[in-house]
Design a protein around this ligand. Structure first.
Ligand code: F6P
Length: 610
């Protein structure tokens, strides 16, 4: 049994954290992620652990009931299937293959109330400083607000600031795309290299991968190139620049802090590539920045006029709708396409903010994940889009989810008395079926998100090409893809019993190997199509779902202290490596590394790997 954790300091006020607004909030600030100096005051509207509440206990008791059921039977219940089917603005979400009944949902709604989920969602939209450890608001939803919406942060409506930057991106991208903005030699800039890592890369890459095969977007991108450079590995630099000419290349340095080691080194490397042939003055025409840190942008040599701001109330992994994503994507596809992406995200934000929980898709999905992780004890989630264009969804959601909810303490600093966070991974179907699905079918139980699209982005290859090579009917490529989308979810849910196998004359010794236990949960999400608008919807659906999970678990989903230690140690290695290289000496005990690291470092420095 886990002892009830001590509550840390609790604020008496319900609606405010009783702390003055941070100086840079609401404007382009120079603050990198900073810890707040004074003890954290957890306001009453942010209850942390709810593990000792009757609502939590009721769900724990309910687990036994669910364990006695099998999805094979639950799926025969037509009423249940109807009640587990949700729809909003074209998005269909079918939860009938979750190990849940209506009662589970009702108990989860009670748990959500106990966690003050509604209050937390409202607090997020109201610009409260939910990110307590950095004393920041969490307002990525403001990035896709409509021009006339009002979203307050520290006494200021931030929507006009957001639109000022969007208008600047619109003008700049129009002028680059039209050829009005020219490079140093007078050539048009047709190629863009976006340098950034983590949230300054994964979200934009996801959206770009989703849009590049959309017929309309692809037409608008004709003759243009968008590349990403994230890894500090020189191989990534070489690949990103391969085939590009400095004369036609625009470089966008994307970094919220403008201090991230990998990004800044890559930015310097690419600046040298540009200036080696075009001269130092080329930076003014060929390099722009996206950051919250004007001072460092200027110090790097980029005119702040050529910088696109965002704000400390945007977390890196939630920044794709800021200039981080909008600028490179608008340069590639034109601003109107990206505006539709923002509109799609905004539509789901509004649904999330306004819909009652029993029809609120991000809330329902988030609660289902809490149920799977904390009550059924499934540690992972597979994200399986049956859509090649969504192939970068899983890598993006990995960061959004695991950096947000991969925490060991509640918002009050006390150890979590339950499992929170989950291991996210995935690949597009059907590729994943030929890779890791074996484990999902007969090994570990991993709740899956199946994502399908009704209308393919491709109007070609839509006709069936016969004759069938594998037997059975001949269908088109897209239908074949979607056959698997439907089949896999049922295979996981219903399985195949020994009785069925015997009826098929399967020899006894093979029966254990060929049995599928079934009862493996999944979620089916179906989109009408994959356009800029629906890509925005998918993004918001996942971002808000992940926030729901963190809100219920009572953690701070908006800080990421877990990435710091490795950075500090890398810096220590960097110093030692530099000293050893410049002074031609070996690592010694005085450098402060353990024998294992010293040995590895010395082998590396000597260039011998044997
Ligand atoms: O990996 C840690 C992290 O801080 C992420 O949260 C962030 O998305 C990434 O590094 C990049 O940070 P920046 O945009 O400041 O370069």
């Amino acid at each position: 049994a886990v002892a009830r954790p001590q509550q840390n300091h609790r604020a008496s006020k319900k609606s405010s954290l009783g702390r003055p607004a941070s100086p840079g909030s609401g404007s382009m600030s120079n603050t990198a992620a900073k810890a707040v100096a004074e003890p954290l005051v957890v306001p009453d509207f942010l209850p942390a652990s709810i593990a000792f509440t009757p609502e939590w206990k009721a769900l724990e008791e309910h687990v036994d009931e669910i364990k006695r059921s099998h999805l094979r039977d639950l799926l025969l219940d037509e009423t249940r299937c109807k009640k587990m089917f949700f729809e909003n603005e074209g998005i269909l979400a079918d939860l009938s293959r979750q190990r849940m009944t209506e009662k589970t949902l009702q108990l989860l709604f009670k748990l959500a109330d106990q966690a003050n989920l509604k209050g937390k969602i409202n607090a997020m939209f109201n610009g409260e400083h939910l990110n307590l450890t950095e004393d920041r608001a969490v307002l990525h939803v403001a990035l896709r607000a409509q021009r006339d919406e009002v979203i307050m942060c520290d006494g200021k409506n931030v929507v006009p600031d957001v639109w000022e930057v969007l208008d600047k991106i619109k003008d700049f991208s129009n002028s680059v795309r039209s050829g009005e903005w020219k490079g140093q030699t007078g050539e048009e800039l047709t190629d863009v290299v976006a340098i950034g890592i983590g949230g300054s890369f994964l979200g934009p890459l996801f959206a770009h991968t989703a849009l590049r095969t959309d017929q309309e977007a692809a037409g608008l991108a004709y003759g243009r190139n968008l590349r990403f450079l994230a890894n500090v590995d020189p191989v990534d630099v070489a690949r990103a620049l391969n085939g590009l000419r400095p004369e036609t290349t625009l470089v966008v340095v994307v970094s919220k802090t403008f201090t991230t080691a990998e990004t800044m080194l890559n930015a310097r490397t690419v600046r040298s590539w540009l200036t080696a042939s075009l001269g130092q003055e080329a930076v003014a025409k060929h390099m722009v920045a996206v950051s919250t840190n004007t001072t460092l942008v200027r110090e790097f040599g980029i005119d702040p006029e050529n910088a696109f701001a965002f704000w400390d109330w945007v977390g890196g992994r939630y920044s794709v709708c800021s200039a981080v994503g909008v600028l490179p994507l608008a340069l590639q596809y034109g601003f109107p396409v990206i505006e539709r992406f923002l509109q799609g995200a905004n539509a789901v934000d509004r649904h999330f903010h306004e819909a009652p929980f029993d029809s609120n898709i991000p809330v329902l999905l988030g609660l289902a994940s809490v149920w799977n992780v904390s009550f059924l004890h499934y540690p992972a989630r597979a994200i399986l889009p049956y859509c090649q264009a969504l192939s970068k969804l899983a890598p993006h959601i990995q960061q959004v989810s695991m950096e947000s909810n991969g925490k060991g303490v509640g918002i009050d600093g006390n150890p979590l008395p339950y499992e929170a966070g989950e291991i996210d991974f995935g690949e597009p179907g059907t590729n994943g079926q030929h890779s890791f699905y074996q484990l999902i079918h007969q090994g570990r139980v991993i709740p899956c998100d199946f994502i399908g699209v009704v209308k393919s982005q491709q109007s070609v290859y839509l006709k069936a090409c016969g004759p069938a090579s594998v037997g059975g009917e001949v269908v088109s490529n897209h239908d074949e893809l979607m056959c698997n989308f439907f089949a896999q979810a049922d295979a996981l849910a219903t399985g195949k019993s020994a009785i069925e196998l015997r009826a098929e004359q399967v020899p006894d010794h093979l029966i254990p190997h060929k049995t599928f236990t079934g009862n493996r949960p999944s979620l089916s999400i179906m989109l009408p199509d994959l356009t800029a608008y629906t890509v925005g919807q998918v993004l918001s659906l996942y971002e808000n779902r992940i926030a729901v999970q963190g809100f219920v678990w009572g953690i701070n989903s908006f800080d990421q202290w877990g990435v710091e230690l490795g950075k500090v140690l890398a810096s220590k290695v960097r110093t030692a490596m530099h000293n050893c290289r410049t002074k031609s000496r070996k690592i010694s005990p005085s450098d402060g590394f353990n024998p294992s690291t010293s040995n590895l470092l010395n082998r590396y420095l000597s260039g011998k790997a044997e």
